[in-house]
Design a protein around this ligand. Sequence first.
Ligand code: NI
Length: 186
Amino acid sequence: MTIRKIVLMGNESLKGIAEPIADPTAPDVAALAQDMRETLKSIDANGLAAPQVEVPKRLVVYRVPAERIPKGAKMTPVPWTVMVNPVIEPQSDEKKPIWERCLSLPGMYGKVPRYTHIRFTFQTLEGTEETHEAKGYHAMLVQHECDHLDGYLYPLRMDDMSQFAFASEIDTDGEFFHYEPHEFYD
Ligand code: NI
């Protein structure tokens, strides 16, 4: 088990298309997923894609802890989830802007239009296929992490760069995420 180094915007590892994982049950895939989870826990963060630790493979680890869900939001926590070769299918054309941040752009926030309702399919470390649906913040997080597999950092998804900011300069209420009142309450 190793805490991996997370590379920052500009690093070539964040620009490429990651390779599909041929065997999700291979021990090196499980070891990588475990390292990524430990890396996230060590910094109390929520999501990480393999290219961020300089491994060009289609692997994402994420969670949504209960304490990160704003009061009154109709969301449920998501336990640690390892996604091998994830594929996203939007369930409508609707997108809403949401504040995001990324471990590869420390100290920054950006407001990014994301699909509000997605279905996503992935393989588990046991080699089975799972399909889940997500809305709101959960849907954004999955889109954000899967974008890393195709070389997209969130600023590349933004349509209004005036909403790109240093966290120290905007009101985040001390939260990792910033919510607009109208978001994720329906
Ligand atoms: Ni990110």
